[in-house]
Design a protein around this ligand. Structure first.
Ligand code: WQD
Length: 335
């Protein structure tokens, strides 16, 4: 099967391309290099010893998408390409709605022209309403608190309406919790050269001596140690979840939603202490004030993905911390 992976050189996209190639899928990537670079193509090839086809460009470019579908028989699409920084989305909502929604609509329009009706959509736990009723299930209440989250929620609605208009579609919507970690080779990982948005990239900046200390956003939440709790999932486990989803939509015309998380919540201090322990490196930190928009606790009930598509996570927090740092060490050597 030929799979078009939009944003396939990004953090989750590149790890998914590795798992697709390892599972003997043929991979075609479109990526505008907004948050990635072409070195990742070589690294994916090094890891898998297999090739992929790359098109430089934007998913909003209808002519380019039509060229891709003309030149390749695309059987299914995995759609990652989107902006994903919550804070940036609040400052630049139109940029987020234009990029994330327009690219999805253009992609679906071209897919329809070529009768390609199988898609795995990259969504996020950010679509869930803040609640004390945890763990979060796929039918938990939805509400997005920022434009980025709205683009994911609207994306889900667009796909729902599309499916209701034509039940020949096969649609898997994957709600990621907090992906961290890197491939064990250290060859691919999260683009750490940008200003980080999330916890692990900040920890890596401290580990890499680019920052003197980590700021922990609040230690007075109602949690075991006062710091925020999240459901961290190893990016390789997350990538493998896309293979499970692809297998599921291959044989079913359906629309379905899956939480991709471990079901285990760890606090910020749990992560920091584990990182220090497994990498034998100090991570100085200071307690700062809470970050606007942060919730105290958020973690998944992953049982539906387990039952329906056979998705299981295999890596623990120590693996996530070890592999995250490996990527920094390998990059330091290679740069
Ligand atoms: C995790 C915890 C922070 C940085 C975000 C997006 C979500 C999804 C995943 C795309 C929180 C604390 C963080 C720091 C800290 N992205 N923290 N110091 O906010 O759970 O989710 O990324 O889908 O949409 O909202 O992840 O990594 O930013 O924060 O103390 O320097 O780490 O307060 O408790 P978050 P995060």
């Amino acid at each position: 099967m030929n799979i078009l992976v939009t944003g396939g050189l990004g953090y989750i996209g590149s790890h998914t391309c590795v798992e697709l190639l390892n599972s003997n899928y043929n991979v075609v990537v479109i990526d505008n290099l907004y948050n990635s670079n072409t070195k990742t193509i070589e690294n994916i090839k090094k890891i898998t010893k297999k090739d992929l086809k790359f098109y430089l460009g934007d998913v909003k470019d209808k002519l380019l998408l039509q060229q891709i579908f003309n030149e390749n028989k695309i059987d299914a699409v995995i759609h990652f390409a989107a902006y994903k920084a919550v804070g940036e989305s609040v400052a630049k909502p139109l940029m987020y709605y234009d990029n994330n929604i327009s690219s999805l609509i253009t992609l679906l329009t071209v897919m329809d022209e070529y009768n390609c009706k199988k898609i795995v959509f990259s969504s996020s736990a950010t679509v869930y309403k803040e609640t004390k009723k945890l763990p979060l299930k796929e039918n938990s209440d939805k509400f997005a608190y920022n434009p980025y989250g709205n683009t994911k929620l609207f994306g889900e609605k667009i796909l729902e309406d599309l499916y209701n208009s034509d039940n020949n579609y096969s649609i898997a919507i994957l709600r990621y919790f907090n992906p961290i970690g890197s491939h064990e080779s250290g060859l691919i990982g999260e683009n750490i050269f940008d200003i980080p948005n999330n916890l692990m990239p900040y920890i890596l900046k401290v580990a890499n001596k680019e920052l003197d200390y980590l700021t922990i956003y609040g230690d007075n939440y109602e949690t075991h140690d006062g710091t925020g709790i999240r459901d961290y999932i190893h990016v390789v486990d997350l990538a493998k979840g896309h293979i499970n989803a692809l297998e599921y939509i291959k044989d079913n015309t359906v629309i379905d939603y899956f939480n991709l998380g471990t079901g285990i919540g760890y606090s910020v201090l749990d992560v920091v202490k584990t990182f220090i322990k497994v990498n034998n490196i100090d991570i100085p930190y200071k307690i700062g004030k809470r970050r606007d928009g942060d919730i105290a606790v958020n973690y998944s009930d992953p049982s539906y993905a387990r039952e329906k598509i056979g998705f299981y996570t295999t890596k623990n927090l120590e693996d996530m911390c070890k592999d995250s740092y490996k990527y920094v060490l390998v990059n330091k050597i290679n740069n």
